[in-house]
Ligand binder design. Structure first.
Ligand code: PLP
Length: 419
């Protein structure tokens, strides 16, 4: 495994520390209560969100995506198992999975500040008050800051600015130009770093520590981010029921989750396993050049590892996954929850972007298309839990809905002729 990882070849690591949900429930009861509270927070803010963003009016401010069946030629990787795409690339407002964690983190800061300042009498007060001039003037005196490879910054920039906050986004060298432009259009300050993601985060963290009115949303260490993603897992059973998908250890459901620092896949995996039990399997998918979570979990060294220790560059077309170190908080929470972590090459991601577009008219960015490699990798890995069983699969389409035409065409050209 180590030689293949160093050589940038695709690998599948099976997690020997995975434990049955029944053993974890007692330890996780506090966390489950916090995930439910995050879901309640989204509900409290829904009327305000519907006021702020006209596209949310049809759902009354609820931000959710559909589960779409995928044609065999896109996700099944030569197999016959049913594959669905969780269309988070079409999540309103932010166009990526970051509309879950990123938005929740912003809403948690907003609610806390508003209650401390007496703008909200309590959590059950009408949150639409926070859209009024008095509240906006108050938020204008506060800054939200974040380090981002792109999509997290976009989610925090768009929502933060809509609420009236000043927003500063520190972006690593991997961040795409169009994401920076969209942020500037929203009125956020974009600080461009010549270094990688971990370095951009470190600078942002240090600057925020020196200013009490600067609230740093720490992607490498944020429970609020994690909780926002986890809400998606809790909502899965209600989405599976109408599709006739019943999950049990005999009828397993495999989730394929693109992974950067681990917050998005970790939160979703944990929420899904708590909601669906041991029939839910979680597989994280990372670029061959940036398998930070695989290294963190496989070595048990969590955030103390870096992909650079393996001589890997971190350079990948999957900008959202171009991360050298995993989140330690996530590693500790998900170590018993994950079934495996696999890696995928840039060439394969480009192929999957092209195939998803040509055969299913899906506009995915490479980070999101990474998950499409999962079903075939799982089959080849021969997980004991799946022996003699036919799993269903959900590939989490984590982003791409906002890709401008030129950026999308550039990516398509990389997979051209092969998709
Ligand atoms: C499109 C997309 N997918 C997946 C991820 C991974 O999320 P995380 O870094 O929380 O693991 C990101 C992160 O930015 C992303 O932008």
């Amino acid at each position: 495994m180590e030689a293949a990882l160093r050589a940038g070849k695709p690998v599948f690591w099976q997690n020997p520390h995975r434990r049955p949900v029944a053993e974890l429930r007692a330890d996780m009861s506090g966390l489950l209560a916090d995930i439910r509270e995050a879901a309640a927070r989204f509900s409290r803010f829904a009327p305000l969100l519907a006021d702020l963003f006209p596209e949310l009016r049809p759902t009354g401010g609820v931000i959710e995506s559909q589960l779409l069946p995928l044609p065999e030629s896109v996700g099944a990787g030569g197999g016959r198992e049913p594959v669905f795409l969780k269309a988070d690339h079409l999540l309103p407002v932010a166009g990526s999975v970051k509309a879950r964690g990123g938005f929740h983190a912003v809403l948690a800061v907003t609610e806390r500040l508003a209650m401390d300042a007496g703008l909200l009498a309590g959590p059950d007060a009408d949150h639409r008050l926070l859209g009024e001039a008095r509240s906006r003037a108050f938020f204008a005196g506060h800054t939200l800051s974040v380090g981002s490879t792109g999509n997290l910054g976009l989610s925090i920039g768009i929502l933060g600015r809509a609420l009236g906050f000043a927003v500063t986004v520190h972006m690593s060298h991997d961040a795409r130009a169009w994401k920076k432009e969209k942020l500037r259009e929203a009125g956020a300050t974009v600080v461009e770093h010549a270094e990688d993601y971990a370095a951009a985060c470190a600078t942002a963290r240090a600057l925020a520590a020196a200013d009490p009115a600067n609230h740093f949303i720490d992607d490498e260490n944020s429970r609020d981010l994690f909780l926002g993603y986890a809400v998606a897992g809790l909502r899965l059973p209600a989405q599976l029921r109408p599709l006739g998908i019943v999950v049990s250890p005999e009828r397993p459901l495999c989730l394929h989750l693109p992974c950067g620092v681990g917050g998005a896949p970790g939160g979703i995996a944990l929420g899904a396993r708590l909601a669906l039990g041991d029939g839910a399997l979680a597989v994280f998918v990372e670029p061959t050049e940036a398998p930070c979570l695989l290294l963190g979990l496989a070595t048990g060294r969590h955030e103390a590892v870096s992909i650079k220790d393996m001589g890997l560059s971190g350079r990948t077309i999957a900008d959202g996954l171009a991360v050298p170190r995993p989140s330690g908080l996530v590693c500790r929470l998900v170590a018993p929850m994950v079934d495996g972590v696999c890696t995928v090459t840039d060439a394969a991601m480009a192929d999957h972007v092209a195939a998803a577009w040509k055969r299913a008219a899906l506009r995915l960015e490479p980070s999101a298309a990474a998950g499409l490699a999962g079903p075939a990798m799982v089959r080849a890995a021969g997980l004991p839990r799946l022996a003699g069983r036919t799993p269903s699969h959900i590939v989490w389409g984590t982003g791409g809905g906002m890709l401008p035409d030129e950026a999308f065409e550039e990516i398509l050209a990389m997979g051209e002729g092969r998709g």
